[in-house]
Design a protein. Structure first.
Length: 127
């Protein structure tokens, strides 16, 4: 789950820094997080805050999925290039607005898992 969350944050950062009028096609899924929560619920239920943090991350990323779908739909229509570029750049700004909260929540989840269960994000363990 921590690896998956790490990849989601990295994808957000990449989408936020893409050049004007460009975008990445990443769509966020939650299959891994859902599977881990279901499989490890007996342990995770000790820290109810993890569920709230995961739910908020999910809602923020689902919002981005919806905004990206809206943008992609607009791009398939016969709007002019300036309007299309505005939509792409507006999506990128939405990503930028979401990043801080998602990063804070993912860090909170990491801390909780480390403190309560000794589980460390392997990307952070490398130092």
């Amino acid at each position: 789950m921590l690896i998956d969350l790490h990849h989601k944050v990295r994808s957000l950062e990449e989408q936020a820094t893409v050049a004007d009028n460009h975008y990445y096609g990443d769509i966020f899924s939650f299959e891994i997080v859902d599977r881990v929560v279901a499989d490890a619920y007996a342990f995770l239920k000790e820290d109810i805050n993890i569920f709230g943090a995961l739910d908020t991350v999910r809602r923020r990323l689902m919002l981005l999925n919806a905004e990206k779908q809206k943008m992609l739909t607009i791009l398939t229509m016969s709007y002019g290039p300036e309007f299309r570029a505005e939509q792409i750049n507006a999506y990128r700004q939405t990503v930028r607005n979401v990043i801080p909260q998602v990063v804070i929540l993912c860090e909170q989840i990491e801390r909780s898992l480390k403190e309560n269960f000794g589980i460390v994000n392997p990307y952070k363990a490398r130092g």
